[in-house]
Structure formats: C-alpha cells, structure tokens
Design a protein around this ligand. Structure first.
Ligand code: SF4
Ligand code: SF4
Length: 415
C-alpha cells in the first residue's frame, strides 16, 4: 500500500472507538495503543514525522493479531490489518528483520529440500528421547522466561511429510472435475492425517486431484514485514499451479487460503489474478461447488465450530462449514458464543506473546465449554494447535479436529 493510500485511510478514522469492543487484545489489556484507534494514531504520527521507529513503536506494531475484527466493526471500513502490515514493512526496510526470521523466510521457506531436513530434525528431536530429556532436565526454564512453556507449543512433527506419502496425481474413474490441492506447510509437516482426510473427501466426490510441488504461501514472511520473500513464494506457487491445469485450487488452511487470494493484489499480473480466482476453501468448495454427499457412517458427537479469522473475515466463509456439519450423520451441532473471535494463535503471535495469547484464548475455551460439545472443529491448522494447547492446559475433555477429518469419518475415516 503506498503512503498516499495509507494516509487516506488514516484520515478516515473519526476516533469513534467502535473498534474497542471488538479488539481481543484491548479486551485483555485495556491499552489504547493496542486497539485500532490507538494504532492508527501512532502510524499517523510516525508518517507526520512526530514519532520515530523506536523499540516501543516496533513492539506496539507487532502487538496485533491481524484478526480484522476492528475493520468489521469500523463504520469507515478502515483495513487496520493492512495498515499495520504496511508499517511492519517499513520497519523491516529501515531496521531489518531478525537473523533467524531472515534465514527462515529467505533460505528455508524458499527451498523445500532444506525445509524437509529441518522438519526431519525436529521429528528426530521429538522421537529420539531428546525432547523428553530437555523437558525433564528443566534446562529451558533456566534459559529464558516462558521458553519451557513455549516449547510445548511445538507440535509433533510427521515422520514423513504428507506430500511425500501421496502421489502427485490421484486419479478416479470418470472424474467430474480436475482440482489441485494446496496442502499448506502445517498439513504437510504436522497434520498429514488432515491431508489424507481431504483426499478421501475429494475421492468420494469423483474428483481427480493434482498435488504439485508447492511452497509456503508466504504469510509468515508478510506478517513480519518481509514482502520480498512473500512475492518470491507467490511467483513460485503461481507458476507451479498454472502448469497443473485445474478448475479449482483447494485449501484446507484458512490462513493459506487468505494469503493465496491476496496474490492478485500483491503481484498484480493477469496470471496472479487467474490463480487467485481459482483458490477456494475446502468447505466452500464442498458446500457451493459440488453436490456434497457425506458418507453414511454415524459419527456420534456433539460438535461446535470455531471460525478462523482468515476464513470468516478474510474470505467471507461463514455458512459453508456449518451447512456441512449439520448434514453429517450422527452429529449434533451447537453454535458457540463469539465463534468468530480470535483464538490467539495469529501465526506466531502465540509464540512471541505467549501469556497474552493464552488470555485471548481462554475466552475461546470458556465459550467452547459452555456449549457442552465434546468436539470442536475448525479449518485452520494454526487455530487447531492453539486450541489444543489451551484445552490441554485447562484440562477440558474436548477433542479438537479439522473439519475435513470429521467429515472423513462419515466415509469410514482414514487409517
Ligand atoms: S471504529 Fe474505525 S473510525 Fe472508529 S475509532 Fe476505530 S478505527 Fe477509527
Ligand atoms: S486486527 Fe485484531 S488485534 Fe489488531 S487492532 Fe484490530 S481487532 Fe485488535
């Protein structure tokens, strides 16, 4: 976003405070600089030359979930998350990004070979007994505040990444359509069972599926102000999926889906628009594109649904997952209060601001508990990790699962 556009948006803020009731961070901290109105005030003063990019300013700009809840409530429709992202880019340009992040975004996310090795090493750390030893020794507690707690957020890595477990083309007889599957990094490296569930659903709808070589969508880099890396990743993905020749590109991850849609504005080329137009979330695809037919196996559970910010406000998908859930055999659906409120995951926000993220998430856990459901489902692997972590901390007997995995149970489930 150029400076002129940013200033136009900033001038639209009437300081009405309508965003205060919506902001999950303001609810927990009551701090004006964390709510949209306060952030816009800071950004305006920076652009007017009254503030510099001090350590405090940089910290305040990193304190945003990018959940878009403020924009939803704003009478002037100010895209606060986009303005915060623009300032994060400015910070990255002037102050640089950390050595670790730079390496991850520029040398690992751009190179699947290196990423596979890193995932394998993380898996070895977890399975060799080293993780057990590290936890038992208490060494992380000595190394830094919250490090031991944060380490528990590290999900169990898959022994073999999902894309290495399946062929690049999954054929069916008499396909009604040819689609591509964008697996996202978390499904690939952490939750391969979600990937298998997605394939089972698509197979049951007679769809030929292509899974081309693909790269991270770029959202972690963009959220840290590294637009250059995001553009590189976007170009790689657009090229890879263009060659697949498909009708739709299906995603099971709300954050990836939202980012893939943004390639159109980010790159601006005809190819980028063509790519972005084909991207569709799994639930939307099932509810609106194909004639969704669940299996006939009784699932037998009371389920509630958490709306990921990047699916609900990011892509406008609200009714589709509920429609699917209500059609599943043996499923009783219970709507939770504030289903669309952020769970606190927000990419790596929960790692950087562990305690604050947990405070935000506590409200989600209470709302889940109030429904009496024994299953909570959603469509964002990052939300799944955060909600599972919170539920474990608060010892609530609720299963957290991806919608695809729940649907696949109606066909018998994947082994
Ligand atoms: S709701 Fe919109 S216009 Fe009102 S204070 Fe917040 S950002 Fe400004
Ligand atoms: S995007 Fe979310 S966390 Fe950030 S200011 Fe708006 S409501 Fe608050």
């Amino acid at each position: 976003m150029d400076e002129k556009t940013i200033k136009e948006y900033l001038n639209r803020c009437s300081k009405c405070g309508g965003c205060m009731a919506a902001c999950p961070l303001f609810a927990e901290t009551q701090m004006e600089p964390l709510v949209a109105r306060g952030k816009l005030f800071l950004i305006k003063n920076y652009l007017d030359g009254n503030l510099d990019l001090s350590k405090k300013m940089m910290e305040l700009m990193s304190l945003c979930l990018l959940c878009k809840a403020c924009t939803d409530q704003c009478p002037n429709s100010i895209p606060v998350d986009q303005l915060v992202l623009s300032i994060r880019q400015e910070i990255a340009q002037h102050k640089g990004i950390s050595f670790v992040k730079k390496n991850i975004f520029q040398h690992f996310l751009q190179n699947n070979g290196r990423l596979n090795i890193a995932a394998k090493m993380a898996n070895l750390y977890q399975r060799s007994g080293l993780q057990w030893l590290v936890r038992k020794s208490g060494i992380l507690g000595l190394l830094g505040r919250d490090l031991a707690k944060k380490e528990k957020l590290l999900p169990e890595m898959a022994k073999v990444p999902f894309r290495a477990q399946v062929p690049k083309l999954i054929s069916v007889s008499n396909p009604q359509m040819r689609v591509a599957y964008y697996t996202g990094c978390v499904t690939n490296y952490v939750f391969p069972q979600t990937g298998h569930a997605v394939l089972e659903i698509l197979r049951n709808h007679s769809l030929e599926v292509v899974i081309p070589e693909q790269w991270c969508c770029g959202i972690p880099a963009l959220a840290s102000g590294d637009e250059g890396s995001t553009v590189e990743l976007a170009k790689k993905n657009i090229k890879a999926f263009q060659e697949a020749g498909v009708d739709y590109i299906i995603t099971d991850c709300a954050s990836c889906g939202s980012m893939l849609h943004e390639y159109a504005d980010l790159i601006g080329s005809g190819d980028a628009h063509f790519f972005a137009d084909k991207v569709v979330d799994l639930s939307q695809f099932l509810a609106e594109v194909v004639d969704f037919t669940p299996g006939d196996k009784e699932i037998g559970c009371v389920v509630t649904y958490h709306d990921p910010c990047h699916l609900n406000r990011g892509q406008g998908v609200r009714e589709a997952p509920r429609k699917l859930l209500k059609s599943l055999p043996g499923v009783i659906f219970k709507e939770m209060k504030e289903a669309d409120r952020c769970c606190g995951a927000a990419g790596s926000f929960n790692l950087t601001y562990y305690d604050l993220a947990n405070k935000v998430g506590h409200r989600k856990v209470c709302n889940i508990k109030d429904t009496g459901a024994n299953v909570v489902t959603t469509e964002c692997p990052s939300c799944i990790m955060q909600i599972r972590h919170l539920i474990e901390l608060e010892q609530i007997p609720v299963e957290v699962t991806h919608l695809a995995e729940l649907i696949s149970k109606s066909y018998g489930g994947v082994s």
